[in-house]
Design a protein around this ligand. Structure first.
Ligand SMILES: Nc1ncnc2c1ncn2[C@@H]1O[C@H](COP(=O)(O)OP(=O)(O)OP(=O)(O)O)[C@@H](O)[C@H]1O
Ligand SMILES: [Mg+2]
Length: 444
């Protein structure tokens, strides 16, 4: 190629690039139809003359999270170039030494890897779903959805390196980080998309105060589950396990879910059913959960109307209007979960007796775990964890009172935290229990 031709191409490419920049500037002033028309022309010019390779990495691949996107986001957070002018900053716990810094939408950063320059651009588009129709012609969803995307650009001559070295490197790094347990995520459903936040729940099986035998059974059950891939395959069942945690408020059900996640190094998907519009959205969300995760539906008795599971006269109508128990149970039975592996589903409730029998049927939830009022054994766990005390003259009296009254572990924990001095804290708990019992006797 002659040098003048090269110059022309360079000028054309930079003109196209400036025009693309122009596009972002004019987007507030020109109607979207005209803007898209102009933009298509500009993009054609740019792609035609440019020697750049551009990869678009969407946050989701259909319904499933795109792990290339997740890995790249995690990688970029540690690679933000000093010239970036808009950053998102967060800190989850006051004890966290570092700030979590990430790119804001619309920002670009440069990463140099093996002397090759890679340009990353983080942006999002608003997809209006007004016009999305099901194959039966029904309007499915009327809301806007934000689609987040990363754009990776480099010289086209590095195409092989991008696919053979750079992206695998980013993915390996992410897998290593995840396995170290540093990046457990808690996903929360916002409309039809899962949003991750870092899971920083300190609960572990050591800190959970519950019957020792039951604790051991749960831990063994989980350990057996993760080692049973071949077993599930051989019996033709989806590799998943269901737990129903029930008991009064403040007995540690949510804490146990966090302990399970920390024990297995699994992410948690906290499924808020009241945020889900219909079975179609529910299906999308469930398909969007990744393997090695715990899906939790808290207070299942409140979040789904039990009688909604009756088969509707027009099933498609019902699918569009509401979330039904049958929609959820289809998943529990493995119809959709067979798309992913190694999943645990947990339902929690304060009122097991209010649950639909369909949910309690043998074989549906593999284990029913009762989280009850504070037992002497649970109290000893708290005393050890909070005050490093495994024996004390007041233990006998406290344990005798705990057998006579119903106090939640949350209340006992609160009483024991009132003082850093073990003697004072235990004395306080004793007085609290004595008052509670004498109040109860008076009202009889
Ligand atoms: N069994 C327990 N072991 C350890 N800590 C507990 C236990 N139960 C309660 N706690 C403490 O009490 C707090 C509340 O407990 P948690 O939220 O797990 O209860 P829950 O059973 O999920 O309540 P709810 O039914 O209201 O959701 C926790 O932050 C934890 O510190
Ligand atoms: Mg809870």
């Amino acid at each position: 190629m002659g040098s003048s031709t090269k110059e022309i191409l360079t000028i054309a490419a930079s003109l196209a690039a400036s025009a693309m920049l122009f596009h972002t500037v004019i987007k507030d002033f020109i109607p979207s139809k005209i803007r898209n028309y102009i933009f298509k022309g500009i993009r054609y010019l740019h792609d035609h003359f440019s020697s750049e390779l551009t990869l678009l990495i969407d946050e989701t691949d259909g319904y499933s999270p795109n792990i290339v996107y997740q890995a790249a986001m995690s990688y970029l957070n540690s690679k933000i170039s000093p010239s970036v002018k808009r950053l998102r900053v967060s800190k989850l716990g006051i004890d966290d030494i570092k700030f979590n810094v990430s790119l804001d939408r619309g920002q670009e950063t440069i990463d140099v890897f093996e002397e090759i320059q890679f340009r990353w651009h983080f942006f999002s588009t608003q997809m209006s779903e007004n016009s999305r129709r099901s194959n039966k012609g029904n309007l499915q969803i009327e809301e806007d959805t934000e689609l987040r995307c990363l754009e990776l650009t480099c010289n086209i001559k590095h195409k092989d390196k991008v696919f053979d070295i750079y992206l695998p490197f980013i993915l390996d790094r992410w897998t290593a980080l995840k396995n170290k347990g540093r990046t457990l995520n808690l996903f929360i459903n916002e409309r039809k998309i899962w949003s991750p936040v870092k899971l920083h729940h300190p609960a572990t099986f050591e800190t959970i105060a519950m019957d020792m035998e039951l604790k051991r059974t749960v831990m063994e059950d989980l350990t057996k589950f993760v080692q049973s891939k071949d077993y599930y395959k051989s019996i033709g069942k989806a590799w998943k396990r269901g737990y129903l945690l029930y008991g009064p408020p403040g007995t540690g059900k949510s804490s146990l879910v966090a302990a399970m996640a920390n024990f297995l190094k699994y992410d948690i998907y906290d499924l808020e059913l009241t945020e889900v519009k219909n079975n179609i959205s529910l299906r999308g969300l469930l398909l969007g959960t990744s393997s090695r995760s715990i899906i939790v539906v808290e207070d299942i008795d409140c979040s789904i109307t039990m009688d909604k599971r009756d088969i509707p006269t027009k099933e498609s109508d019902d699918e569009n209007k509401t979330v039904t128990l049958s929609g959820l149970l289809n998943f529990v039975d493995g119809l959709w979960s067979s798309c992913g592996e190694e999943k645990i589903i947990v339902f929690t409730t304060n009122y097991k007796e209010r649950l639909d029998p369909a949910l309690l049927r043998p074989g549906r939830m593999d284990m029913h775990i009762y989280m009850g009022y504070c037992s002497p054994c649970a109290f000893r766990t708290f005393a050890l964890n909070y005050h490093n005390v495994d024996d004390h003259p007041l233990f006998e009296e406290i344990e005798a009172l705990l057998k006579d009254t119903e106090v939640t572990p949350a209340t006992v924990a609160e009483e024991l935290m009132r003082s850093v001095d073990a003697n004072v804290a235990l004395q306080g708990l004793l007085q609290f229990l004595q008052c509670k019992i004498s109040d109860a006797n008076e009202t009889k």
